[in-house]
Design a protein around this ligand. Structure first.
Ligand code: SAM
Length: 290
């Protein structure tokens, strides 16, 4: 089988199928076989496992995944890349190529008949890193793990601690659903074309139960979003603007939680956001009775 991390092989297939690299689709193809192997090894696959691969491109990871897993479902938006995959892996009967936008893909339908562990592996299209990760975590599919290569900056957001500049609503939203583990750095020189920044590989292990228990999950995420919407404003101002809650009420709630009236969202831990959202929930219920 051809090595789909070899630039001249990729170029040969590309020419044959009218494929050209598209920046708009975040196409930075991995051209280092050792790194492709390290990423797929991180999935710890056995021959009974199923894989969802997002954005297989020319098949840098796919070539290893089909060797290690029972079946690979590869969702690729670029129809020309799909033609490359069809030719390169024509002999593989355990690969299903789905020419679709992952954000529009009904994952539960796609993976409905599977009885076995499902792992997601992806060198993510960088321009939609957060929506893809949130889609996977919110889906009703119990992924054993999610192994993703993402830009360094996005990896830093996943690993950020409260009060740091990288700490964001994305950090907390992911923490709610999964444990995150940094695996290794990847230099930008191993991609074609070479991107502006380095990458990193991370493992997300979805939790059996969310990290915090909240009365209203929708409200918790609204509070989270509001808390980071305007970084230069106080949390009380943000909640007032985004959710229309009286500032006096918010300041009282913050005081009850031992927080300063002028505190900012980026200082709060996930547990504090959970408590805050439950207290706001209580306030809304109280007001309904008035
Ligand atoms: N896996 C390949 C590799 O490691 O060389 C390619 C990775 S490249 C960073 C991202 C891939 O995601 C591209 O093949 C791109 O066409 C595909 N892609 C971009 N947006 C997508 C979407 N919305 N749904 C599915 N695939 C997408």
């Amino acid at each position: 089988m051809d090595d789909m991390t070899n630039p001249s092989v990729i170029k040969r297939y590309a020419q044959a199928h009218g494929f050209y690299l598209k920046k708009s689709m975040g196409q930075n193809f991995l051209i280092d076989g050792n790194i492709a192997r390290r990423i797929t090894n991180a999935a710890c696959l056995s021959e009974n496992d199923y894989v969802l691969e997002i954005g297989p491109g020319a098949g840098a990871l796919t070539q290893y995944l089909i060797n290690d897993a029972k079946h690979v479902f590869a969702v690729e938006m670029d129809s020309f890349a799909c033609k490359i995959l069809q030719e390169a892996f024509s002999g593989a009967d355990n690969l299903t190529i789905i020419n679709q936008d992952i954000l529009k893909c009904e994952l539960t339908d796609l993976l409905k008949d599977i009885s076995g562990r499902i792992v997601c592996v992806s060198n993510l299209p960088y321009y939609i890193t957060s929506p893809i990760i949130m889609k996977l975590l919110k889906s009703r599919i119990s992924f054993e793990s999610i192994i993703v290569m993402l830009q360094k900056e996005a990896a830093m957001r996943l690993r950020a601690k409260p009060g740091t500049k990288d700490y964001s609503s994305f950090t907390i939203a992911v923490e709610y659903y999964a444990q995150t583990q940094f695996l290794f750095d990847v230099p930008k020189s191993v991609f074609m074309p070479v991107p502006k920044v380095d990458s990193a590989v991370m493992k997300l292990s979805p939790r059996k139960q969310p990290f915090v228990d909240v009365k209203d999950v929708g409200l918790f995420f609204d509070v989270l979003k509001a808390g980071f919407a305007m970084r230069r404003k106080t949390l009380a101002n943000c909640l007032n603007t985004a959710l229309g809650i009286d500032k006096i009420d918010i300041v009282r709630i913050l005081g009850d939680m031992g927080l300063e009236p002028a505190c900012r969202g980026e200082k709060l831990t996930i547990q504090q956001f959970a408590l805050l959202s439950d207290k706001i929930y209580g306030l809304i219920e109280e007001k309904k009775l008035d």
